[in-house]
Design a binder for this molecule. Sequence first.
Ligand SMILES: Nc1ncnc2c1ncn2[C@@H]1O[C@H](COP(=O)(O)OP(=O)(O)OP(=O)(O)O)[C@@H](O)[C@H]1O
Length: 266
Amino acid sequence: MDSGQDLAKKLICNGHNLVLTGQGGTGKTYTIKSCFEQLTLLGKCVQLTCYTGIACRQYPSSIGATTLHRFCGLEDGRHNNNDLLNLISFDERFINTKCRITKTDVLIIDEVSMVSKKIFEQVEFICRKIKNPALYFGGIQVVLSGDFFQLPPIRDELYGDFGHYCFESNFFIYLFPHRINLSKIYRQSETSLSNAVSELEKGEPSEETNQFIKSLNRDIEIPDGEPVVKLFSRNLDVDFFNCDKLETLNEYPLHCFPSKDEGDHF
Ligand SMILES: Nc1ncnc2c1ncn2[C@@H]1O[C@H](COP(=O)(O)OP(=O)(O)OP(=O)(O)O)[C@@H](O)[C@H]1O
């Protein structure tokens, strides 16, 4: 571990709240995994959560990472604080949520840049009311990990979420006096690329970065009829494209494969 990672681990394993940030590839996940192991050895009940299900998969199944929404029973964000508290306190469908929160000593929230102020404050409220009303987060130690230059919170105005960052919350500074930004990039050694990413995410590309990007400009030759991967930023465009492609396959019979998902409701 480098000195930043080592300091982060020491703070976390000594019971401090921490915000761990750093560009992609600086070893945030690596550090969190190591802390998880150490905290578990110390007999702590650690809940590792991510904003998305996909990010949960980067952790081994033995860690049992879940989404933050699942951890706290947030469902799709429709409940206000008191309604959600009532559900978790008295509705038997939320019994697992209540048990999870009650037994948690340490809550790790990965991909924290995507957690909105509204979600952050709702998780704090629920943990406090369920576990210990006298303490923020009910006394649960909280570790936040992520890169605020990556994906921001998603607005959901229907349910009163205006997409503010969690650090805009009034009690954020008070709760997280310790913040470590990891800076050594392990994932790749091409410095021109990592410098470019670092400068572009701040919106301040240097002359070298501009030159580097220009040097990548080239015509891409795609041989006729070769399949190429298309990327779209909206599901609607994906659906249109896929429909179009499916229609060109009409010489093949169309099969439907019905499926039924089963499992815990929450
Ligand atoms: N101290 C270290 N020594 C050796 N390898 C390391 C160290 N720290 C991180 N790595 C390796 O570097 C790679 C990137 O680390 P990791 O995935 O933890 O970065 P990250 O900051 O979580 O990235 P992202 O934000 O993209 O998720 C991994 O293969 C990891 O094993």
